[in-house]
Design a protein around this ligand. Structure first.
Ligand SMILES: [Zn+2]
Length: 260
């Protein structure tokens, strides 16, 4: 095992060895986008990087899993948040190509297992399409590769039992999904980076969750607030429950993959 779980802290002879030892490589994909008046625009990006790193460390400790985490992609497809200052968006094609080319580089060196870890709903289609293209390329070339797109909406990584526990703390948990900058997401940042949260700005926010089936822009869908649900119900405790669950579930997922 290396001293670090970060791919970019190694030198090429180490990475050559990592290929020989069949390390799983994780690519976190975040987004730099508005998260209401109270959360930092790094919210998704920060969680993508930290989730991957925390889970890789736990997977190594608990399952002796060989995992390396790539430098993440900080930008995503966030056109629906462009009505607010600060948001940065990539087009579908740019994001798809970015994910594809990073994955292609890693697989070209001989790594066999790639997990693309996405934490922003708007990225789903582009990230999924990149995964399909990578698989097509390498399978056609006769390589035995394992390419997964792990997503924070995946029930393996966000089990129902977690929502059951959270329902006792916040009503929003009954929706069994993450509401943009609502009570649950706010709780996670409160727990992880409370220094960046401006709770005094959310006292009056109570907008209905934006429907996942609507084509929507967040400025019109949330009356120019940028957050939905009831962020004022967020607590550090709810954040801790979620974070520990996410990290444990992803560590188990990486542990399983490392056995293949
Ligand atoms: Zn978010």
């Amino acid at each position: 095992m290396f001293d670090t779980i970060l791919y970019s802290e190694l030198a090429w002879p180490d990475l050559e060895r990592a290929v020989e030892e069949d390390y799983t490589v994780v690519l976190p994909v975040g987004s730099t986008e508005q998260h209401g008046p109270h959360l930092p625009i790094c919210t998704d990006d920060y969680m993508a990087q930290k989730w991957a790193a925390d889970a890789a460390l736990l997977a190594r400790k608990q399952f002796a899993a060989r995992v390396l985490v790539l430098p993440g992609i900080h930008f995503g497809n966030a056109k629906h948040h462009m009505g607010f200052p600060g948001t940065v968006t990539l087009s579908f094609e740019t994001l798809k190509n970015l994910v594809f080319e990073v994955g292609d580089s890693v697989l070209a060196h001989g790594f066999r297992k790639l997990v693309i870890l996405n934490v922003h709903g708007g990225n789903r289609f582009a990230v999924g399409a990149a995964g399909v293209d990578l698989k097509e390329k390498y399978v056609k070339a006769g390589r035995e590769v394992l390419i997964r797109v792990a997503d924070d909406g995946n029930p393996d990584l966000r089990p129902r039992s977690m929502f059951d526990r959270l329902e006792k703390i916040t009503k929003e948990a009954a929706l069994h999904k993450m509401v943009h900058s609502g009570a649950l997401e706010t709780a996670k940042i409160l727990y992880l980076r409370g220094d960046l949260v401006k709770m005094e700005r959310v006292q009056h926010i109570d907008t209905p969750p934006v429907s996942g089936t609507d084509v929507h822009f967040y400025d019109e869908a949330t009356q120019n607030i940028g957050a939905s649900g009831r962020p004022r119900d967020a607590t550090e405790e709810a954040g801790k429950i979620q974070w520990e669950t996410h990290v444990r579930c992803l560590a188990e997922y990486l542990g399983d993959i490392s056995k293949d």
